[in-house]
Write a protein that binds this ligand. Structure first.
Ligand SMILES: [Fe+2]
Ligand SMILES: [Fe+2]
Length: 276
């Protein structure tokens, strides 16, 4: 019997979970990213989306385990699952500690995402849910690439919290094509993934900004023009963390797009060379 090739990753790509530990509890009490309330809230707001989001990603990929014939893709799914499970665990701890230290209401913050996931199970087919995961994995991979490749991206951040974000970014880079290759293997279409990218980008922005607002409100800075001006500049002008992702975001819309067309494993190698 010939086995179909379903993995489109570089031939020598190998990855798995690392299970590090981070001493971040005390630092989360303050504006850990360069003393900036907005930048701190932006990262904290994204962290809030990971535990529920990454469970959804794992479940939508694992749903198709029986359709994976290629042992290499099956092994990549196991590694993806283990990496995302470890991210969930670290961010759950991060989020609980953050809420305890800063008085945020975790249930309120997670409410919209929880309801959207319920909606996705009620209204969308398994393949549409997988398309959503493929789109979200693209968003995390391109933001991770910006964070890891841009010199000084985490300058001024607490070093332990910055380490957690870099580790997460590295693993998102390593497994960036796993959901994509499963989606291709089960006949996912270009239009399904294009629609999913537009929809998921909208909801990612909406949820993250909502969380930022809840956090800034708690700090008494929701109506601070200074915070919002510095936040707008950070996201869209200089360094423009979101603006810089636009070309890579657009590349996903190409008919023949594959995440490894951008072989950015140098960011993983650089990170690894810096590890003790
Ligand atoms: Fe992750
Ligand atoms: Fe991921």
């Amino acid at each position: 019997m010939t086995v179909k090739t379903q993995s489109n990753s570089p031939a020598d790509l190998e990855f798995g979970p690392r299970r590090p530990s981070f001493d971040i509890d005390a630092a989360l009490a303050a504006d850990w990213h360069g003393g900036s309330a907005f930048k701190t809230a932006w990262f904290n707001a994204m962290s809030m989306l990971f535990p529920l989001g990454e469970k959804f990603f794992i479940d939508s990929v694992v749903h198709y385990l029986d359709d994976i014939d290629d042992p290499r893709l099956a092994a990549e799914v196991s590694a993806f699952r283990a990496q995302e499970a470890s991210h969930r665990m670290q961010h759950q701890r991060y989020n609980e500690t953050l809420c305890e230290l800063r008085g945020y209401d975790l249930d309120r913050i997670e409410k919209n995402e929880r309801e959207r996931i319920k909606w996705a199970y009620r209204e969308l087919s398994a393949r549409r849910r997988l398309a959503g995961t493929v789109a979200s994995e693209h968003l995390t991979a391109i933001m991770a690439n910006d964070m890891l490749s841009r010199k000084g991206a985490l300058d001024g951040a607490n070093p332990d919290i910055a380490s957690l974000w870099r580790w997460h970014g590295v693993e998102e880079t390593e497994h960036k094509a796993v959901a994509f290759d499963v989606f291709l293997a089960v006949g996912g279409t270009v239009s399904e993934r294009r629609q999913a990218l537009v929809l998921n980008t909208f909801f990612f922005m909406k949820d993250t900004l909502r969380n930022v607002c809840i956090m800034l409100q708690q700090e008494g800075k929701l109506w601070s023009p200074r915070e919002w001006a510095s936040g707008f500049k950070y996201l869209w002008i200089y360094p423009g963390t979101l603006r810089r992702c636009i070309p890579a975001w657009l590349r996903f819309l190409k008919k023949d797009f594959h995440p490894w067309q951008d072989d950015n494993r140098a960011v993983v190698a650089d990170w690894e060379s810096e590890q003790p």
